[in-house]
Design a protein around this ligand. Structure first.
Ligand SMILES: Cc1cc2nc3c(=O)[nH]c(=O)nc-3n(C[C@H](O)[C@H](O)[C@H](O)COP(=O)(O)OP(=O)(O)OC[C@H]3O[C@@H](n4cnc5c(N)ncnc54)[C@H](O)[C@@H]3O)c2cc1C
Ligand code: FES
Ligand code: FES
Length: 509
């Protein structure tokens, strides 16, 4: 039995746990406000909000309901457009802003846009806004980056977002914009209702059987095999609290397998290490997909262009996997409680061939970890796609460098004055996607860069070595030659980003 709150109603259902929330709200609850477009997470017509209890507060995130299995709704507050409409028939401030700015024509996409922007207005002010990585209006507009409109044109929709984003229109996280409630009064009780539900669910923990297919956020699984996953019983790992933390363990940073891209984006641990986190992770899919896409899902999916895979390869990360133990409970079910770590696999050794992994189907990824960076650590991620947002890469690449702190470890008397001031690489890790059947850790290029000073010559020689390590093919994302050239240019872009004082100039060292 799956239990959750849908708008203002308590739901208990014994429908298959893999059927989608979209089909449930439209065909079982007759809530037709939520639209169906692509069923692949691309158009945003089916966007809903999912409220999750945490720290005595409910956090609402936009998600595409076409990719959410009912199992992932358990214990949550699911909100469709019908759940935010005021009872007196008036408009919410978000809906009013769309009307005021003529942000809608045929209306097919409008519900999705309104849900995304409502979710944004309910959020506290993002630390990325406070830090100046993005303006309040920019953050509001990018909250709708998973929504596509075919007829209105985006400028009027952007104006609606601006209307709501600048204080005093919305103070962020306070359920009020332009003097009116963003969502109805029943939301005030949702926190205590979800707490009650959580207590009941704890008494009725679902059994996670071994040897079933695994689903986390569902953003790959439900695009690849929607019919299969809708009907099959699966091990659902998305809201498994044991698998969600992002922890600084001193020597290592350890990220739970079910942490989402958004969890990383909001993690104080990750933000302290990666100053450009916002810029980099905003290139990954869209807001609703980042709210669902887990790190393990990205790694196990084994796409040659997986962004998070390329990201972690350049951190020389490893993954922790554990077998699903086949212990038998009193009902005779084989349970799969997550046991202690069984083995650690360097991510660079995880990909054996196209979609072939160095783990068995029965093994669960429990975490990914990388060494705590120290000293002069630099990291960069580059991605080129056919369009800037909500697209997978043609080619992507990442690099991490540890520089010698105080010059090279050779007697300074042996070096000319100029050489002594040049940064010198202590360790380097370079990765690339879209240029081989698997996401690549570029071993030879990384090894070559070690102990080299950073200069045009070093970069050019490394770029040549890199060409021998890749084997791109011509496809819809570009010809072989184009991908070779692109990776070379993106590799140079790493150094421009990390070392040029003025990004328009050549690397000035
Ligand atoms: C519209 C759209 C845009 C996208 N854009 C991008 C993009 O820009 N960049 C990008 O890299 N990807 C993108 N993706 C792909 C996808 O979102 C990511 O790969 C995501 O990280 C997958 O995570 P998930 O939790 O949804 O995986 P799921 O779909 O739940 O699972 C994917 C695979 O991983 C396995 N799995 C999941 N968790 C575990 C675990 N703990 N242990 C063992 N196996 C596990 C599942 O069995 C399945 O085989 C996009 C997808 C969509 C729908
Ligand atoms: S129907 Fe297009 S994103 Fe769900
Ligand atoms: S209003 Fe018609 S698709 Fe957006």
């Amino acid at each position: 039995m799956i239990q959750f709150i849908l708008n203002n109603h308590d739901i208990s259902t014994d429908l298959p746990s893999g059927s989608t929330v979209l089909d449930f709200v439209r065909y079982r609850q007759n809530l037709k406000g939520t639209k169906i477009g692509c069923r692949e997470g691309d158009c945003g017509a089916c966007t809903i909000l999912v409220g999750e209890l945490g720290d005595e507060k409910v956090r609402y995130r936009s998600m595409t309901s076409c990719l959410i299995p009912l199992a992932n709704a358990a214990g949550k507050h699911i909100i469709t457009i019908e759940g935010i409409n005021p009872e007196d028939g008036s408009l919410t401030p978000v809906q009013q802003a769309f009307v005021d700015e003529s942000g809608t024509q045929c209306g097919f996409c409008t519900v999705g846009f309104v849900m995304s922007l409502t979710g944004h207005c309910l959020e506290s002010v993002s630390p990325h806004v406070s830090k100046g990585s993005v303006s309040p209006a920019g953050a509001a507009i990018s909250a709708m980056d998973g929504n596509i409109c075919r007829c209105t044109g985006y400028k009027s929709i952007e104006r609606a977002a601006r209307l709501l984003s600048e204080p005093p229109a919305s103070a962020g996280g306070q359920n009020v914009a332009n003097g009116s409630r963003i969502v109805p009064e029943y939301f005030d009780d949702i926190c205590s209702r979800l707490s009650q539900l959580a207590k009941r669910l704890r008494l009725d923990q679902p059994i996670t059987r071994a040897f079933l297919p695994i689903v986390a956020g569902g953003t790959d699984a439900y695009v690849q095999k929607p019919e299969f996953f809708a009907e099959v019983e699966a091990t659902h790992l998305f809201y498994n609290d044991e698998l969600r933390s992002v922890r600084d363990l001193g020597d290592y940073i350890e990220i739970g397998a079910s942490a989402t891209v958004t969890d990383l984006l909001e993690s104080p641990v990750m933000n302290a290490i990666f100053p450009d986190l916002y810029k980099h992770l905003k290139l990954v899919s869209s807001t609703p997909i980042r709210n669902m896409a887990t790190i393990a899902g990205n790694l196990v999916n084994a796409s040659p262009i997986g962004d998070m895979t390329v990201w972690f390869l350049a951190l020389d990360a490893s993954i922790l996997v554990s077998g699903r133990s086949a212990s038998v409970n009193e009902r005779g079910d084989r349970t799969a409680n997550i046991p202690d770590v069984v083995r650690e696999i360097p991510l660079a050794d995880f990909y054996l061939g196209y979609k072939r992994l160095a783990k068995t189907d029965d093994e669960i990824v429990t975490a990914i970890r990388f060494k705590q960076p120290f000293g002069d650590f630099r990291f960069n991620f580059e991605k080129v796609c056919k369009r800037t947002y909500l697209d997978i890469a043609s080619v992507n690449t990442a690099i991490s460098l540890k520089l010698y702190d105080a010059g090279p470890p050779v007697p300074a008397v042996l070096l000319s004055e100029v050489e002594a001031t040049k940064p010198r690489i202590q360790t380097a890790h370079v990765s690339a996607g879209g240029v081989s059947p698997i996401p690549l850790y570029l071993r030879k290029t990384s090894a070559f860069l070690m102990d080299k000073e950073i200069s045009e010559e070093t970069i050019n020689l490394a770029a040549e070595i890199m060409q021998d390590e890749i084997s791109p093919i011509s496809d819809v994302r570009g010809s072989e030659d184009y991908k070779r050239l692109l990776l070379g240019q993106l590799f140079r872009a790493h150094f421009v980003e990390l070392f040029a004082t003025d990004p328009t100039e050549e690397i000035s060292l």
